[in-house]
Write a protein that binds this ligand. Structure first.
Ligand code: RAM
Length: 526
């Protein structure tokens, strides 16, 4: 690439910036729509063993804080904004009593869920940074004042704790509001009006989840990681085509990834957008392949052949690199590193599902090559045959009727689901595989809505619409029953406190990869 400048990173990876692509992406930077939202009510949060994570928010019969209510040292109140919001909080604060002879010391805590304003963050013992926990400590030297928090927050509840005023004055709050931000324009959505009220609700909550993750890029979660991840992007883009139709945002994100591959041409698993475009030094087998799949989906949705032409070399390169990684048996070698994502299921062996994603991608790459680069077809067809033959010979266990994975021949849900999506078996056997999975329920299950999406889609493509709808309603409906305003990053109905990070306090409760029911319902006309 003539316009490529290698930029050394602190890790061993060198980034090869494609300035043309980066400029294209910059030109497609979305406009953010804003609106002003006021809190709906004051609530108290109470411990309740039946509630999600043990905390419940109950309305208090007092008005939302106004200049009538005065607060001093040790007082606190919690506001409820009625539903999940993303944006900038502002309020005015005035002194009451004697002239303020000391600064106001105030603490604000934001919660997507009641637990975050119930349980002290000091209890957090997880392994990812506690700095994701949403809180702010302010000293206000001059009163009255209007405070506009510089940080964007993602929340429904906000707790105000008055750490101190002085013995001589108290404070009153007024005009508490949030300026919301999103690049998803809700006026573009065609209303669903589904006869099934649960599917109608699930569709609505999916759309809100997607909308609140649509910022300058498709973020994975507006609370955490606030970043563009490939696996999330793929699913957000699918949901977007059926709803907001902001196809330029997908294009923007694809060009961002293609703008900063490493020296081998691999796209990173996720990107930082500010202060400047920086790829994270995490590279994942499946996520890189999902770049190619995302380009395929984008082309299917838009028929934008100019973009396909330009991004094809990047897409093709991801497949080449995945193929280069395979061992002599045409399988991904065993590795103890974090080489492929698939799911947060701790015991999951990634070999079979990763191999299936490669086959799934190869099939789509062949369709793209037919459009733009037919010379690559003999190679791609040959490799698809090698990989599929190897999969059937080495990973398919005819006796058990399942695909096995890794040195311990593990049978996982993720492995079967991805093999079904990759259509490695013929149609009849593929359908039987999914039914066997549902009836035999192997131990190595699923922990994320991300994988539950692929379960539902695998049921749909193997002809089990009833099973797909049943699962969609029970899984995403389960989140609704457990209090979701937007769908969550993690949800294991059998272990509701599950977190791969060591604490549910840090989980994200508005997460991109959970937004797909709107796609499934609308695309497949469920
Ligand atoms: C989590 C992110 C994101 C996902 C990665 C693999 O940290 O929130 O959603 O894509 O993991």
């Amino acid at each position: 690439m003539s316009n490529s400048i290698p930029v050394p990173q602190t890790s061993t990876t060198t980034i090869v910036r494609n300035e043309t692509f980066i400029h294209k992406a910059t030109d497609l930077k979305p406009h953010l729509n804003t609106s002003t939202v006021q809190p709906q009510q004051m609530v108290e949060v109470l411990q309740d063993t039946n509630a999600m994570h043990g905390w419940l928010a109950l309305p208090l019969h007092s008005a939302v804080s106004s200049s009538e209510q005065h607060y001093g040292k040790g007082d606190e109140f919690i506001l409820d904004f009625g539903m999940h919001q993303v944006g900038y909080l502002s309020f005015s604060v005035s002194p009451v009593g004697s002239p303020p002879d000391a600064p106001l010391h105030l603490k604000l805590t934001f919660g997507e869920m009641p637990v975050e304003v119930g349980e002290p963050f000091a209890n957090y013992t997880g392994w990812i940074s506690s700095s994701w926990l949403q809180q702010e400590t302010l000293y206000v030297d001059v009163l009255p004042d209007v405070i506009r928090l510089p940080r964007r927050y993602s929340f429904r509840y906000v707790k105000f704790e008055i750490i101190d005023t002085s013995q001589k004055y108290r404070v009153a709050f007024d005009n508490i509001q949030i300026q919301t931000v999103t690049s998803g324009d809700a006026s573009r959505i065609v209303p669903l009006e589904h006869p099934d009220p649960l599917l109608q609700d699930i569709d609505q909550v999916s759309i809100r989840t997607l909308q609140n993750c649509m910022q300058e890029v498709f973020e994975d979660g507006p609370k955490r990681d606030r970043r563009l991840w490939l696996g999330d992007l793929r699913l957000q883009a699918l949901a977007n085509y059926e709803t907001f139709g902001n196809n330029d945002l997908v294009k923007h994100c694809l060009y961002l990834f293609a703008g900063v591959p490493n020296h081998q041409g691999q796209v990173a698993a996720n990107l930082f957008i500010t202060p400047t475009l920086i790829p994270d030094d995490t590279y994942l087998f499946d996520y890189s392949l999902l770049f190619t799949v995302s380009l395929y989906d984008y082309y299917e949705a838009t028929q934008d052949s100019g973009t396909l032409q330009e991004l094809w070399p990047t897409a093709y390169r991801q497949v080449e690199l995945a193929l280069e990684r395979l061992n002599e048996q045409h399988l991904p070698p065993h590795s103890d590193e974090w080489w492929s994502f698939i799911d947060w299921q701790e015991e999951l062996d990634k070999q079979a599902p990763s191999q299936a994603i490669l086959i799934y991608t190869l099939k789509r790459t062949i369709r793209l090559a037919e459009q733009v680069d037919p010379d690559k077809l003999p190679f791609l067809n040959q490799r698809l045959e090698d990989v599929t033959t190897a999969t059937l010979a080495q990973l398919w266990d005819e006796e058990q009727g399942f695909f096995v994975s890794g040195p311990n021949l593990q049978i996982s849900w993720a492995g079967q689901i991805w093999m079904a999506l990759a259509e490695v078996l013929d149609a009849e056997q593929n359908a039987a595989l999914m039914q066997r999975l549902l009836s035999e329920q192997p131990d190595i299950g699923l922990t994320t809505p991300y994988m539950h999406h692929y379960l539902v889609e695998a049921l749909l493509i193997t002809g089990d619409r009833d099973g797909a709808v049943k699962h969609l309603k029970s899984y995403w409906g389960g989140m609704l029953r457990d209090g979701a305003d937007t769908f969550w990053e993690l949800y294991d109905p059998h272990n509701k406190s599950f977190s791969p990070y060591g604490s549910y306090l840090i989980n994200s409760y508005c997460h991109a990869w959970s937004c797909t029911p709107t796609y499934l319902i609308r695309k497949y006309k469920l």
